[in-house]
Ligand binder design. Structure first.
Ligand SMILES: CC(C)(COP(=O)(O)OP(=O)(O)OC[C@H]1O[C@@H](n2cnc3c(N)ncnc32)[C@H](O)[C@@H]1OP(=O)(O)O)[C@@H](O)C(=O)NCCC(=O)NCCS
Length: 165
């Protein structure tokens, strides 16, 4: 039998409180300042998406198109409610995002991941992302992170792939 799936739609400004609450249950991503969620829903709503079931948001993706290079999309955050994982929801959120940014002329997509977040790294690799290797690297087990990417000692894995819908 086919699995029940939520409905996907663009984010709305008033979603920000609900996605903040969802993020709290989305360990291990770091919690943002509240204003960041509001900023994304208010000013970047064209490239942010949610999955909704029975009126409740169960997943979100916050993405942008770079203002310094309009051919680049960037995913700031993706989160699926733990009860809804491994059902293809994260993949579908990316499909929505990719389709939107490809229409706008984007060629590549980037994101950064904490090296300890192995689930996210595996998920993104399944979606075709690869590590950026063109900077000073730190090898942490099987993971290659960019040294001091987010400040001293804050090494981050930078992932990229070609944008395609
Ligand atoms: C990462 C996350 C968004 C994945 O969402 P999801 O809806 O469970 O992922 P999907 O079901 O769409 O999976 C897509 C692919 O990734 C793979 N995948 C998903 N979770 C995985 C895991 N824990 N380990 C290995 N592979 C995994 C799936 O097998 C699937 O591959 P396939 O379609 O080729 O079989 C979700 O686990 C999450 O919200 N994690 C916490 C928040 C977080 O870390 N976000 C990333 C911040 S950078």
């Amino acid at each position: 039998m086919e699995q029940h799936m939520p409905r996907f739609r663009r984010i709305r400004e008033q979603d920000f409180l609900e996605i903040m609450r969802l993020a709290e249950s989305c360990d291990p991503i770091p919690l943002e300042r509240d204003s960041i969620y509001h900023l994304f829903t208010r000013h970047f709503g064209d490239t942010c998406f949610v999955a909704v079931d029975k009126g409740r948001i169960v997943a979100f993706l916050l993405g942008i198109i770079s203002q310094t290079n309009r051919r680049i999309g960037y995913v700031h955050n993706i989160c699926v409610d733990p009860n809804w994982r491994r059902r293809g929801i994260g993949r579908r959120l990316y499909q929505r995002f990719m389709s939107k940014i490809v229409d706008q002329g984007c060629r590549r997509v980037f994101l950064i991941v904490n090296p300890a977040n192995i689930v996210s790294i595996e998920f993104h690799k399944r979606l075709g992302f690869r590590e950026c290797l063109d900077d000073e690297l730190v090898e942490l087990g099987d993971v290659k992170a960019i040294r001091d990417y987010n400040g001293p000692g804050k090494h981050m894995v930078v992932l990229w792939r070609v944008a395609s819908s």
